[in-house]
Design a protein around this ligand. Structure first.
Ligand code: GLA
Length: 385
């Protein structure tokens, strides 16, 4: 939605003009999937698809929220923040407010209009973008200084403990800390990070949504977390490690006889994916995009065969992408079970790529995929209007 339309909608809803715009980003992840909660390194980047929060501080103890495309206003009272866990819309915001207040931040009444351009349920982290943008809004209106890494951690806590999704730190970190034209190499066990230029020369990343209807992603995600925790406990009987990401592929080969069934497969994915992240960052730095593409494909196969989080739609979409001339590699991103793929595609082939893959996907699956025009942008932004 253009800014003017959002400003108009704000005025129509609340009766006066918005004064501020706070934004946080949706994200892609180049590689390092389902390893953040195992202490691994991830390689996400912040997108131009964002949660935009238009706001005006009103004082008092009521936060009023309106949302693009949804009728009505959701109100949360700042002295009842524990009571909004069941809200379908507004629970992320209430969760963020709840944990900020626990930290001593005074949540000041305000009117907010949410224009979220990150498609919901797409694996591009609309929830993280909402949480982080909301956290910045409340801190700004409380007049407190904040550190963006701390806000990412607090947002993750809200998602874990308020919304009930046991996610890692990758999405909120990328949403807050992303940098234009860079991916963030983030060590999820120490939160040390490095910005690496996402220079793809004649190539670009194409983001495609398989549009599989969203269901039970959260509960399936939580099951994967339990499986890798089981694997870690068993491996710890043989190796002095604190997380699965510390296990090298060689060590894994020596201890894998201790594991069986799905637990063994899940752990193997984590160990090998961590190894691929290192190789992928080296390949990118060396400008070896063919190798980067190969690693993206391997990541997808591992998420399909070992972690089992892809499904027919994502497998079809990425397989069709790989067949296209000018495509160096393709994989699902995010939690999986639906959502998006990224593909490295030659810039001059993008139009054909979208046409061919789009048609073949619809023929195979029966409904359309969506392709997004994306660019890599900064994480949080704050603007006086
Ligand atoms: C979701 C979670 C992240 C991460 C990815 C998988 O996006 O929110 O923390 O675990 O899945 O890599």
């Amino acid at each position: 939605m253009e800014r003017l339309e959002a400003l108009q909608a704000f005025k129509e809803t609340f009766g006066f003009d918005a004064e501020d715009l706070f934004t946080a980003a949706g994200r892609i992840n180049v590689i390092g999937e389902h390893v953040d909660y195992c202490g691994g390194k991830v390689f996400p980047a912040a997108l131009n698809l964002r949660c935009n929060v238009y706001g005006k501080k009103t004082g008092g103890n009521v936060v009023r929220m309106a949302f693009r495309g949804i009728d009505g206003i959701v109100e949360i009272e700042t002295d009842k923040l524990d009571s909004y866990r069941g809200l379908k819309i507004g629970n992320y915001q209430a969760g963020v407010a709840y944990f900020l207040r626990e930290k001593g931040v005074d949540i000041v009444g305000c009117d907010l209009y949410y224009d979220c351009t990150v498609p919901f349920g797409s694996g591009l982290s609309s929830s993280a973008a909402i949480e982080v943008a909301t956290a910045v809004t409340f801190c700004e209106y409380a007049g407190v200084a904040y550190d963006k890494v701390q806000l990412a951690l607090l947002s993750q806590k809200a998602e874990n403990q308020y919304a009930g999704v046991n996610c890692g730190i990758m999405d909120q970190f990328a949403s807050a800390m992303g940098k234009k034209d860079h991916a963030v190499l983030l060590d999820c066990s120490t939160l040390e990070y490095e910005y690496v230029p996402l220079k793809l020369g004649d190539y670009c990343l194409v983001v495609a949504n398989c549009n599989k209807p969203h269901n039970l992603v959260e509960s399936k995600y939580n099951v994967r977390r339990q499986e890798v925790e089981t694997a870690l406990k068993t491996i710890q009987t043989a190796l002095p490690v604190t997380c699965l990401a510390e296990v090298s592929p060689k060590q894994f080969n020596e201890v894998k006889y201790l594991l069986s069934g799905v637990v063994a497969k899940r752990a193997e994915h984590v160990v090998m994916e961590c190894d691929r992240v290192h190789k992928a960052v080296e390949a990118l730095k060396a400008g070896d995009l063919v190798e980067l593409g190969r690693l993206l494909n391997e990541s997808h196969y591992s998420l399909r065969d070992l972690y089992e989080v892809t499904g027919k739609e994502l497998d079809t979409l990425s397989a069709l992408a790989r067949k296209e001339t000018g495509c160096l590699g393709s994989r699902m991103i995010g939690a999986g079970f639906g959502g998006c793929t990224i593909s490295i595609v030659k810039k001059t082939s993008v139009d054909n790529f979208i046409r061919h893959v789009g048609k073949a996907y619809q023929d195979a699956i029966g409904y359309k995929a969506s392709f997004y025009e994306t660019s890599i942008e900064d994480g949080v932004t704050v603007e006086k209007l």
